[in-house]
Design a protein around this ligand. Structure first.
Ligand SMILES: Cc1cc2nc3c(=O)[nH]c(=O)nc-3n(C[C@H](O)[C@H](O)[C@H](O)COP(=O)(O)OP(=O)(O)OC[C@H]3O[C@@H](n4cnc5c(N)ncnc54)[C@H](O)[C@@H]3O)c2cc1C
Length: 457
């Protein structure tokens, strides 16, 4: 174990962010306790507070890399549990109104193996795997049916939590509390209770809905990729869909639509929506397949970003991480990878603090700006894509014509420049920061192409 920063850390919420945060804290605290309000089954299952888990959940390349670094053997374990390994840009056809492509914009038309590993699995399996990996650590324990009600604090220092265990009031003392309570986190309310301000929020009205279910697909054309997307370019196309092979030889289909163009929850409506997607691929595959689960539906009205980094004062010994800070439009599949990257940022800070006399003092002032940095790539990417639809509400970031032209040119270059394609895919996959698209080698190649186009204009 590294030098200790405390005897005990408490994590509120034992889902994706909470489990990864506990893994990181375990290196610096003698004991880490996860308090999770839901009842958690000892096998892969969707628990009450995470109904989104019925829908497609993919971890991006950046998230997979963090998980593989935090949990040695993670990818192998996930595969052994039944997740389906696949290569992004090779096993990932995108069916569009103008044919099949291997990039979302349709620019890359042939499969390429860039060595970028992903997995097809249910969210329940992923969370179960993460839970198993985290709870094998000897100093991490989890209490389920344990709802945290309030923080215990003295003179602005958080010292523990009041919680209810199966309805019975309890308290638990610690040196640090990390709230991973998800989008519905009570942290803003707890701050108010302690006399601090709640964070400002940026809200983008995306008005999105998902309907998902699972199929057994016995007969198909033999050329069925483990992961297929159906999309059309915005703003005309407001619907899309995904078909993913997951554990137990089942296929998860998630259909999505914006601005009241929601996928239905009844079988006939679901199939009709699939048939009317921008390309018929998913419908063609599932029309004779056996549906094996009820159709789950999820409405996602707004993306929310809480600006903890802007608060002038904040209690000592308290942090917030995961969806509790930023809840992204799910269609871009960023939330879990963002949580992993935030936990990685926390790990770096804890390592520095373990060498510093400051210990945990003022850690929030360092963590929240770092978390905001990590979040800025997925948030900016998602916001720009969402604002391609005029119906999206919120403060629309100005995008000058020159920048639009830069990105259009960059995208065009990916058709023949594999290195630039890889960089773009890694940025979108949260394995690199957005700023890499402005740096070399991308910059000079894009500018050269723009100059060339100017010369031929
Ligand atoms: C339809 C849909 C599809 C998505 N698809 C993807 C995808 O493909 N890829 C991706 O990366 N992300 C996806 N996401 C986002 C992803 O679900 C979230 O980013 C992820 O769940 C965040 O994890 P979290 O641990 O921060 O929060 P949550 O998963 O919401 O977990 C919060 C946990 O905290 C517990 N809790 C809350 N309050 C308390 C309390 N007071 N006391 C004790 N416990 C408490 C809850 O019970 C819950 O278990 C999707 C989201 C939706 C809605």
């Amino acid at each position: 174990m590294s030098r200790r920063l405390g005897d005990h850390a408490i994590v509120v919420g034992g889902s994706i962010a909470g489990l990864i945060a506990a893994r990181v804290l375990a290196d610096y605290f003698a004991q880490v306790t996860i308090l999770e309000r839901d009842h958690i089954e000892p096998h892969p299952a969707v628990h009450r507070s995470t109904p989104q888990a019925h829908h497609l959940h993919a971890v991006q390349v950046g998230g997979i890399r963090v998980l593989a670094a935090l949990y040695p053997g993670f990818c192998e374990k996930l595969s052994q549990m039944g997740a389906v390994p696949l290569r992004l840009t090779r096993d990932f056809p995108v069916y569009r109104p103008d044919g099949v492509a291997f990039s979302l914009t349709g620019t890359v038309r042939e499969p390429r193996d860039l060595g970028l590993q992903l997995f097809g699995q249910s969210r329940a399996l992923l969370e179960h795997c993460l839970r198993q990996c985290t709870l094998t650590l000897p100093n991490v324990s989890a209490q389920c049916d344990a709802q945290v009600e309030h923080l215990i604090a003295h003179r602005g220092h958080v010292e523990g939590v009041f919680y209810k265990l199966e309805g019975e009031p309890r308290s638990l003392m610690c040196d640090l509390v990390v709230d991973c309570g998800g989008r519905g986190s009570r942290a803003p309310r707890w701050l108010n209770e302690l006399g601090f301000s709640a964070p400002e929020e940026t809200i983008i009205g995306v008005d999105f809905a998902y309907s998902s279910t699972k199929f057994h697909i016995r007969d198909h054309d033999g050329d069925l990729s483990p992961f297929s997307f159906v999309v059309g370019p915005p703003p005309h196309y407001t619907r899309g869909g995904a078909l993913a092979r997951i554990e137990n030889d089942t296929w998860l289909v998630s259909l999505g639509g914006r601005f009241h163009d929601y996928p239905p929850r009844d079988h006939a409506g679901f199939m009709a929506f699939a048939e009317a997607l921008p390309a018929p691929r998913i419908y063609d595959v599932i029309k004779h397949a056996e549906r094996i689960e009820p159709i789950a539906h999820f409405r996602f009205p707004t993306s929310v970003l809480r600006h903890y980094e802007r608060l002038k004062s904040f209690p000592e010994r308290f942090l917030v991480l995961g969806d509790a800070i930023s809840s992204f439009n799910p269609v871009y599949g960023q939330g879990m990878s963002s949580a992993a990257l935030q936990a990685q940022a926390l790990q770096t800070i804890l390592a520095e603090r373990a060498e510093s006399p400051d210990g945990l003092d003022g850690i929030a002032n360092v963590f929240f700006p770092k978390a905001a940095d990590v979040i800025s790539t997925p948030w900016t990417l998602a916001a720009n894509l969402d604002f391609a639809f005029p119906q999206t509400t919120g403060a629309r970031p100005p995008v000058p014509q020159e920048i639009l032209r830069y990105f259009t040119t960059l995208d065009q270059i990916t058709a023949e420049d594999v290195e630039i394609h890889r960089i773009l895919v890694e940025v979108v996959g949260l394995a690199r920061p957005l700023t890499d698209l402005w740096d070399e080698p991308v910059r000079s190649r894009v500018l050269a192409r723009m100059n060339q186009l100017d010369g031929t204009a």
